[in-house]
Design a protein. Structure first.
Length: 240
């Protein structure tokens, strides 16, 4: 069991290193957005320096988790590849867990790059409580990856996966507070934003104190996602 798991993790990591989509969605696009929007934000709104790291990290995590992850999952659960995994006794839940580990590693690396460069390039302020920041970042990454996996499992085609990914990604950008303060939005839109991981990520990463409510909200979203993922995996297994 351990040997097959390590082999799957090795295979997943190797495929990720060769994947142009992973390179684009986990690294190149977030870095391009960071350098461009960082310059724009700090030029027209100097006060944004206090939350620039949080905003750019959340963008990178949301893009990687919701846009980069689902298509890979859809590919892995395809009939041919699924049969290949089954023929070598690799269960689907192993593929899912290695996707989470690989995604967590890549997104934390991307976040670290932003964390290091932002104060140098744009005089951005680093978090006053690094421990809370790191804890919130890990919680956000895991929750977002689970949502991305959920989209990949339930989207039957690439077009459906793309539509579902965008349906979550775009509101995450506009309603979470990373582009402008969320309290500027109409009340109904603020309520909609509360179901998005990015909103709670912004409250934790961009705040000055522990946002326990947001941690609990991320945990609740993760539990719902895990439940639906397990249900889907059981369905796939029964139809294998």
């Amino acid at each position: 069991m351990i040997k097959s798991y390590l082999f799957t993790l090795y295979l997943k990591t190797k495929l990720d290193l060769k994947s142009s989509e992973i390179l684009m969605t986990y690294y190149l696009v977030p870095l391009g957005f960071f350098f461009f929007m960082g310059a724009v934000f700090t030029s027209i709104m100097p006060e944004v320096e206090a939350t620039l790291i949080a905003s750019m990290v959340i963008f990178a995590v949301t893009l990687g988790g919701l846009i980069g992850t689902p298509s890979g999952i859809l590919e892995y659960i395809g009939v041919d590849i699924r049969k290949t995994f089954q023929s070598v006794a690799i269960p689907l839940h192993t593929v899912i867990s290695t996707t989470v580990i690989s995604g967590l590693f890549n997104l934390l690396v991307m976040s670290l790059i932003i964390y290091i460069i932002a104060p140098i390039a744009y005089d951005a302020s680093r978090p006053e409580s690094p421990g809370i920041f790191i804890s919130g970042l890990v919680a956000l990454v895991l929750t977002t990856l689970l949502l991305g996996i959920l989209i990949g499992l339930y989207g039957k085609t690439n077009s459906v996966v793309t539509m579902l990914s965008q349906a979550v990604f775009l509101p995450s950008m506009m309603l979470s507070g990373i582009m402008f303060p969320a309290d500027m939005l109409p009340r109904p839109l603020q309520y909609v934003g509360m179901v998005l991981p990015a909103t709670h990520g912004m409250k934790i990463l961009g705040g000055e104190s522990l946002e326990l409510t947001s941690f609990l909200a991320l945990a609740a979203i993760a539990v719902v996602a895990i439940t639906l993922i397990i249900y889907k995996l059981q369905r796939l297994k029964s139809f294998a």
